[in-house]
Design a protein around this ligand. Structure first.
Ligand SMILES: Cc1cc2nc3c(=O)[nH]c(=O)nc-3n(C[C@H](O)[C@H](O)[C@H](O)COP(=O)(O)OP(=O)(O)OC[C@H]3O[C@@H](n4cnc5c(N)ncnc54)[C@H](O)[C@@H]3O)c2cc1C
Length: 377
C-alpha cells in the first residue's frame, strides 16, 4: 500500500498554510480536497479582514495565533505581492454606556500584546470618518484586508515548490489506526476508493472537521468537538454609496455573540460590504435571505446614519464552523495532536472560525512543531 509521511485533509487557507509550512526535504506530503479546486468553502466566503486580535480572551489560541498571524500576514503580503491594505479599524461607541465596553476592549487588546490601540474622541472620529456617528471609538491601526484567494495561491505554490502534491475531487471517507505506522486513510474519487498509509494525518476539514474526527474513532460529543453552523450573510452598498467610509468600522460586540456585529468593510475590489450577521442554521446553504435587509440597515444606520434601505444589495454568505452554542460561552480553536486519545500523529483542527484567516500562518507554525514531534516517534 502507498505510504506518505504527512496527509492534510482540506485545501482551505488553513490546510494550505500548513502544507506550505510542513513540506520540505524528503517529506512526502499530500493535500486531499473533495472539491474540484482549493478554497471553495469558508476561506472564500468571509470578510477578508486581517484582525489585530483585540476580542479574544488572553492566553487563548485565538488571541495568540491572531496577534502572531497578523504580523506574519503583513510580511508575506508585502514580500510576495499579495494584495492587501492596512486600512485601520474603528470600533465605535454610539452612546456613553458603550464607552466602558470600548475601554474593556482596549485593556484586553493590550493584554493580548497589541500596543498600537488608541482611544478616539467624537471629534477625532468625525475628522477621520465624517459619515460615522459615534461618541468615541477604539482605533486599531494594524487591522486591514487581504485577498484571501491570492494568499491561498501563494501557500499552495510554496507547498508545491517544496514537493507537496494536491489531489482534488477526493474525499476522505475512512481513517483507521495502523499499528505504530500511522493511519490507513481511505479516500474516494470518481474512479473508486483508494486506501493508503500516512504517518501523520492533519484534519483541516473546516465545516466537516468534527465528522472527520469522528471517522478516526473520536467520540466527538464527549470531546466537545461537535460543530454548529452559524451563517453570516453580507449585503453590499450600491455604487453611489461605495465611498462612504475609508476604514473598517465595527460596532461594539455584544456579549456571548458568535460574530463581531454587522460591520462595514471597504473591500479591495472597491465595494463596501455590510455584514456578516450571525444565524445558527441546520444545513449548508449559501443563499442570502433578502428579508434580512431591514435588520442590516437598522443595525448599521446606528453608526452610519446616511444609509437607507434601498442602498443595500444582497452579496454573499459564509458559514462559521463554530463550537460555541447559541448564546453559549466563548470556545477556543481546537488544535491538538490526539495522542492522549490513543491517536498519536492525528492532528485535529476543529472550530477554526474567525480569526482563522488571520491566524493561519501562526496556526501553521504551531502545527509544524506538532508534526516534527510526531515524525520523531
Ligand atoms: C462569515 C465569515 C466571516 C469571516 N471573516 C473572517 C475575517 O474577516 N478574518 C478572519 O481572519 N477570519 C474570518 N473568518 C474565518 C475564516 O474564513 C476561517 O477561519 C477560515 O477560512 C477557515 O479555513 P479552513 O481552511 O479551516 O476551512 P475551509 O476553507 O472551509 O476549508 C476546508 C476544506 O476541507 C475540505 N474538506 C472537508 N471535508 C473533507 C473530506 N472529508 N475530504 C477532503 N476534503 C474535505 C473542504 O472541501 C474545504 O475545502 C470568517 C468566517 C466566516 C464564515
Amino acid at each position: 500500500m502507498y505510504e506518505a509521511d504527512i496527509t492534510i485533509i482540506g485545501a482551505g487557507v488553513v490546510g494550505l498554510a500548513i502544507a506550505a509550512e510542513v513540506a520540505y526535504g524528503e517529506r512526502e506530503v499530500f493535500i486531499l480536497e473533495k472539491n474540484q479546486t482549493f478554497g471553495q468553502e469558508t476561506s472564500s466566503r468571509n470578510s477578508q479582514v486581517i484582525h489585530a486580535g483585540i476580542y479574544y480572551p488572553e492566553g487563548t489560541l485565538k488571541a495568540k495565533t491572531c496577534v502572531e498571524g497578523n504580523a506574519i500576514l503583513y510580511q508575506l503580503c508585502s514580500h510576495y505581492a499579495i494584495d492587501y491594505k492596512r486600512l485601520g479599524k474603528l470600533i465605535v461607541a454610539v452612546d456613553d454606556e458603550e464607552i466602558e465596553q470600548l475601554e474593556a476592549l482596549w485593556r484586553r487588546g493590550k493584554r493580548n500584546g497589541i500596543e498600537s490601540l488608541e482611544m478616539l474622541s467624537k471629534q477625532d472620529v468625525k475628522q477621520i470618518e465624517p459619515n460615522i456617528r459615534a461618541v468615541a471609538a477604539l482605533f486599531s491601526p494594524s487591522s486591514g484586508v487581504v485577498d484571501a484567494h491570492a494568499l491561498m495561491r501563494y501557500f499552495l505554490g510554496k507547498a508545491r515548490d517544496n514537493g507537496a502534491k494536491i489531489v482534488y475531487k477526493t474525499k476522505v471517507i475512512g481513517i483507521e489506526k495502523e499499528g505504530n505506522n500511522g493511519y490507513k486513510v481511505t479516500s474516494e474519487d470518481q474512479s473508486g476508493n483508494f486506501p493508503f498509509i500516512t504517518r501523520v494525518l492533519i484534519n483541516c476539514a473546516g465545516l466537516n472537521s468534527d465528522k472527520v474526527a469522528y471517522l478516526a474513532g473520536i467520540d466527538t460529543s464527549k470531546a466537545g468537538y461537535n460543530l454548529h453552523y452559524c451563517k453570516g450573510e453580507y449585503f453590499k452598498l450600491t455604487q453611489g454609496k461605495s465611498k462612504l467610509v475609508k476604514k473598517l468600522v465595527y460596532p461594539v460586540p455584544q456579549p456571548r455573540a458568535t460574530g463581531l456585529g454587522i460591520h462595514v468593510t471597504p473591500g479591495l475590489d472597491g465595494k463596501i460590504l455590510l455584514g456578516p450577521n450571525a444565524r445558527y442554521v441546520d444545513s449548508i446553504d449559501y443563499s442570502v435571505d433578502e428579508q434580512q435587509k431591514e435588520a442590516f440597515c437598522d443595525s448599521v444606520a446606528k453608526f452610519l446614519p446616511i444609509i437607507k434601505y434601498e442602498d443595500l444589495e444582497p452579496e454573499m454568505a459564509g458559514i462559521r464552523p463554530t463550537l460555541q452554542e447559541p448564546n453559549g460561552e466563548f470556545r477556543d480553536f481546537v488544535i491538538r495532536d490526539e495522542h492522549d486519545k490513543g491517536l498519536p500523529g492525528f492532528i485535529n483542527l476543529v472550530g477554526i472560525e474567525s480569526p482563522g484567516l488571520t491566524s493561519c500562518p501562526a496556526i501553521a507554525k504551531y502545527v509544524g512543531h506538532m508534526v516534527d514531534e510526531a515524525l520523531k516517534n
